[in-house]
Design a protein around this ligand. Structure first.
Ligand code: MLT
Length: 407
């Protein structure tokens, strides 16, 4: 008799964005004539930049010729892309090419990284949180029982209006700390000084930080770090995840990368220090065959002059949407956060209505989709997320509809 991984029974029945998608398609089936505007999942709407398209077409042509054809690529990614990343993203930050691992998405890497760690490690997540960090640890049996909206073995660090969305150090020391800044879902950021406190805390306690920097290109303010390695000492305590999904429209193409510094260690049961870079490399070589050559050439093109300009244009376009959302909410006297260094706006539900009730109300009355804060964790209750990744026209229309709602 085949036995399942029992941990899966501890998961909530559906992944947050699948629940949202299901509710929306049920609504659409019942109301086929209504135009629904989706500002829920952070999926982009701008097409792939021309520089990437040209590079991918060239790469495709290479594949059609036996002299330039490529089969399996290096599991870690092609050197041309890893070098472009080091030169452009980590200039003067002391990151080496063999510390960069190209992948098919930051979501996958954030989930797969848990393979490296013992089941008994204690994890800390901010609350609300991108559900992947939590769910993948539940699957690995690291989260404990689900009681009263929380997993018994997980440390929840609230990110709320009360603490200005700045995570406080937990008294109970975690082994693994997940931090995502600019934050998904709240759209808020940490300054260098604030992030330094976490790096120092991790160092003091032999913890490791999983730093998700997928939204770093949306930062507009000074003194907000785009990489955790801007903080002294971070190379000894942090793994960083970055993605091309939201900047270059690669949500469908799939390309991202993870940085695992060679100076980062964890311990085996004999208290021997083990280099995590080696473990991750070993894991990837076994379980992953790399991202397609065509995709990696497309990603490389992001670092050309033309590519950089196109990415900037995309980001400006989305951040203009964020301003439209913030302005509309302000006019409606709805309190909102984020949207300045991030494509996510985190609003307080009016009249303290629950975040799922607000979801239903918005869908029913304005035919606009957002993401209920509670779906990201118990401290997300009473909040709601809108994304700036829609088209400008739809964003304007969505805000006009929200403004005319009776709230
Ligand atoms: C989100 O909406 O939070 C993101 O699109 C999720 C993701 O990048 O996987």
């Amino acid at each position: 008799m085949v036995k399942i991984n029992e941990n899966f029974k501890d998961l909530k029945e559906n992944y947050l964005f699948s629940t949202v998608a299901k509710k929306v398609s049920e609504f659409q089936e019942k109301n086929p004539n209504k135009k629904v505007i989706k500002l829920g999942i952070g999926d982009v709407t701008r097409p792939i930049p021309n520089s990437c398209i040209k590079a991918m077409k060239r790469a495709l042509d290479e594949m059609s010729n036996s002299k330039t054809f490529r089969g399996y690529g290096p599991e870690q990614g092609y050197e041309f892309l890893r070098k472009a990343i080091v030169d452009n993203e980590y200039k003067n930050l002391g990151i080496d090419i063999d510390e960069i691992f190209i992948s098919d998405g930051a979501k996958c890497d954030c989930g797969n990284i848990v393979d490296l760690f013992d089941k008994d490690n204690k994890i800390a997540i901010t609350d609300p949180v991108y559900p992947v960090y939590l769910d993948t640890n539940v699957m690995a049996g690291r989260a404990g029982e689900y009681i009263n909206n929380k997993y018994s073995k997980v440390i929840y660090i609230p990110l709320t209006e009360e603490n200005n969305f700045i995570p406080d150090m937990s008294k109970e020391i975690p082994d693994i700390i997940y931090l995502c800044f600019p934050n998904n879902p709240t759209g808020t950021v940490l300054t260098k000084e604030q992030l330094k406190l976490w790096v120092d805390y991790a160092k003091e306690n032999n913890s490791i930080i999983m730093f998700d920097a997928a939204y770093c290109e949306f930062i507009t303010q000074k003194d907000i770090p785009k990489s955790i390695y801007e903080i002294e000492g971070a190379k000894e305590v942090a793994i960083e995840f970055k993605s091309y999904s939201k900047t270059a429209g690669f949500t469908g193409i799939r390309c991202a990368y993870t940085v695992v510094p060679k100076t980062l260690f964890a311990w085996d049961k004999n208290k021997e220090k083990i280099q995590l870079n080696k473990l991750w490399n070993r894991r990837q070589c076994t379980k992953f065959n790399g991202v397609s050559y065509i995709t990696q050439r497309g990603a490389e093109a992001i670092y050309t002059k033309e590519g950089k300009n196109e990415i900037k244009e995309n980001i400006n376009y989305y951040m203009n949407n964020a301003r439209i959302i913030l302005k509309g909410l302000k006019e409606k006297n709805i309190v909102a956060y984020g949207g300045i260094n991030s494509p996510y706006v985190w609003l307080k539900t009016p009249n303290n209505i629950s975040s799922w009730d607000f979801f239903d109300k918005l869908l029913l009355e304005a035919n606009v989709v957002g993401t209920p804060g509670e779906g990201f964790g118990p401290s997300g209750e009473g909040y709601f997320r809108l994304t700036a990744f829609g088209s400008k026209e739809n964003t304007i229309e969505a805000m006009d509809r929200i403004k005319s709602m009776k709230i």
